[in-house]
Design a binder for this molecule. Structure first.
Ligand SMILES: [Zn+2]
Length: 341
């Protein structure tokens, strides 16, 4: 069981498939969970805003009637499941599959996993859940003084039919990633470096000019942050844009960048592997949506509960708990753990 950073101890998240099945055995269990997620302190009427136990109807379990104004509030209002004819248990199962990551799952595979008779239903559910992932995370990263941000760019994706077409089929992606420092004393971490990736931002850029790369940085990185890049001229004027800037002299040696920009290289490497695994490849016009999906999962990788809840449109969202939050919580007694993946 993963502990919720929002301290919603009443809303645990399953850490494994058997746990998921025990937690959500039927429609009633999903409804009870959704009700707790939406109204942690008890039902509040959508219309008059009064708090109080509503009228409930055995034949319409997803509808609550306010005792004050007598109007109805739907349990699924404002969530991705609003007005659905598909059982909530199917939605929960679908969001669990998407949140716990099956890369590039097709609607056909999805239909089979969910045991749905209609392909269209599987397609619609997948489409709605993915829409939550391809909406870009908006706030700028790197706001904390103790973190720095690595920025680099790479050619990715592209269909590779035939030979010798080189970068013509590829598109240029700029990436920025927060680099955080582990602070916990006596941490038994296997990774040698004390650094790890925080949040990431990825965007298509038209070229490697200072205008394109500087524009990307201004849109994605908080002003005043310290940015580490290689010594490409496109990054030369970051100081004038209000950033601290450390340029690593690369002089054509790839090894230098690997050593001094390790985290963003790891991000690009993971991204390329994931894109290669997607059926049929990714065409350039859809690539930004895929970059956003990658970003969604990456920024919530320690914390599948947030991904699950965000996909279903239930309650607030936290993109990335800090390492300290995460591991402080993890030291509480738990039955199992799946974070750090
Ligand atoms: Zn009311």
């Amino acid at each position: 069981m993963v502990i919720d950073v929002l301290d919603r101890g009443d809303l645990p998240f399953p850490g494994s498939l058997p746990e998921f099945q025990r937690m959500f055995p039927d429609e009633a269990a999903c409804m009870a969970y959704l009700e707790r997620a939406r109204w942690s302190d008890g039902f509040i009427c959508d219309h008059c805003g009064l708090l109080g136990e509503p009228y409930r109807f055995a034949k319409r379990p997803g509808v609550f009637r306010c005792r004050h104004c007598t109007r109805d509030t739907s349990l699924t209002a404002g969530t991705v499941m609003e007005r659905t004819h598909t059982p909530l248990s199917v939605w929960f199962w679908a969001a669990y599959l998407v949140a716990s990551q099956t890369p590039g799952m097709s609607a056909v595979q999805f239909q089979r996993q969910l045991g749905l008779s209609r392909y269209e239903t599987a397609f619609q559910i997948l489409h709605k859940l993915r829409a939550g992932m391809v909406r870009p995370d908006q706030d700028r990263i790197g706001g904390k003084p103790e973190d720095h941000v690595e920025v680099d760019e790479a050619y990715v994706g592209g269909r590779t039919r035939g030979k010798g077409r080189g970068v013509h089929d590829m598109v240029l992606v700029a990436g920025a990633v927060e680099v955080r420092q582990r602070k916990l004393a006596g941490s038994r971490n296997k990774r040698k470096s004390g650094r790890y990736a925080g949040r990431v931002r990825l965007a298509l850029v038209p070229d490697r000019s200072a205008r394109s790369l500087g524009g990307f940085i201004e849109r994605t990185v908080a002003p005043g942050a310290t940015i580490v890049t290689d010594d490409w001229s496109g990054y030369a004027k970051l100081g004038e844009r209000g950033y601290g800037h450390i340029a690593i002299a690369q002089r054509g040696d790839m090894q230098v960048a690997e050593t001094f920009l390790p985290i963003i290289h790891l991000v690009f490497s993971n991204l390329k592997t994931w894109l290669r695994g997607i059926h049929h490849g990714v065409s350039p016009q859809h690539l930004q949506a895929y970059l956003n999906e990658f970003t969604f999962r990456f920024n919530r990788r320690f914390y599948p509960f947030n991904a699950f809840r965000s996909l279903l449109g239930i309650a607030g969202d936290v993109t990335a708990p800090t390492y300290a939050e995460l591991y402080a919580k993890k030291s509480l007694p738990t039955t199992s753990s799946r974070s750090g993946s």
